[in-house]
Design a protein around this ligand. Structure first.
Ligand SMILES: Nc1ncnc2c1ncn2[C@@H]1O[C@H](COP(=O)(O)OP(=O)(O)OP(=O)(O)O)[C@@H](O)[C@H]1O
Length: 279
């Protein structure tokens, strides 16, 4: 079987102590998780359980003190500068808050062009790419000349998704990407994530405290509790037989998802595993 896109093994993250919390704080305690190409792994858990820390570690932004993170078979911590640069194109991020994650002084075009020109794409080619990106995320092409404040929360999140897609990433860390949106907008943006994945084959590490959201988009679900993954597997399997008391509590409180949708994601996951097995 070919290697997963991302392999996290026994990962430890420790934040240095400061202020009242003078002792170092172990935010991740031996976390292991892998993601296949084109797969969505949902990461769910209560506030403070370490979800964002894991996402940040994958992006190279957390103080890793042990374990390993391999991307396409290579240890992230051991990459040379040029390889790191390439990696920063392949792993992108969409944050929770579309209000603060977009520079209010830049037009949508400037926001989308920036990651491209920084990597040497000509301005003319980058402008062309902007039109494609806007279309991919369901925004009109004339959005390019407008400022973020002229858009709703859902539309801004579409801009943030377009920015993440600009460099054709293989993996996007989505950190609570719909929790700042109202319910109907959430559903449309979640469907956009799924549609983009079907079109581009991008994989997602999809972080949310909301189990219904995670189950809607994920092929597999991992449950975090106090810095550890306490359960993981097919969303339905984990739901049917939750073993950890925290998971039982979490699932009892969550709404039941659409069974057809769950079946679709299960079939898609089996397809991904078959492709990975063929190598
Ligand atoms: N920079 C930091 N310095 C010290 N402690 C931190 C830092 N960032 C996070 N923590 C602590 O690490 C733990 C995990 O935080 P993290 O943000 O990863 O959790 P989370 O599950 O994403 O929570 P939320 O859903 O509220 O964002 C928390 O106890 C948090 O206080």
């Amino acid at each position: 079987m070919s290697a997963p896109l991302l392999e996290v093994e026994n990962l430890e993250v420790e934040y240095p102590g400061k202020g009242f919390r003078a002792k170092p704080f172990r935010a991740l305690k031996g976390v292991s998780l892998d993601i296949l190409p084109g797969e969505t792994v949902g990461l769910v858990g209560e506030s403070g359980s370490g979800k964002t820390t894991l996402g940040r570690a994958v992006l190279g932004l957390a103080p890793v003190t042990g374990g390993s993170i391999r991307y396409a078979g290579r240890e992230i911590g051991q990459l040379h500068r040029r390889e790191r640069r390439e990696l920063s194109s392949e792993i992108q991020v969409v944050f929770q808050d579309p209000y603060s994650s977009l520079n209010p002084a830049l037009t949508i075009e400037q926001i989308l062009i920036e990651p491209l020109t920084v990597r040497g794409v000509s301005t003319a080619a980058a402008k062309q790419r902007v039109a494609t990106l806007l279309e991919q995320v369901g925004l009109p092409v004339d959005a390019r000349s407008r400022l973020p404040r002229e858009f709703s929360g859902g539309q801004r999140q579409r801009v943030a998704i377009a920015r993440a897609l600009a460099l054709d990433p293989k993996l996007i860390v989505c950190d609570e990407p719909v929790s700042a949106l109202d319910l109907s907008t959430q559903a449309r943006v979640l469907d956009l994530f799924i549609e983009i994945q079907e079109r581009t084959g991008v994989a997602y590490l999809f972080i949310s405290h909301d189990l219904a959201v995670v189950r809607h988009v994920s092929h597999r679900v991992a449950v975090m509790y106090r810095g550890e993954i306490v359960e993981s597997g097919d969303g339905d399997q984990v739901t049917a037989r939750p073993e950890h008391p925290y998971t039982q509590k979490l699932f009892m409180a969550a709404p039941v998802p659409d069974p057809d949708q769950q079946e679709e994601r299960r079939v898609a996951r089996r397809r991904l595993m078959a492709i990975a097995a063929e190598g």
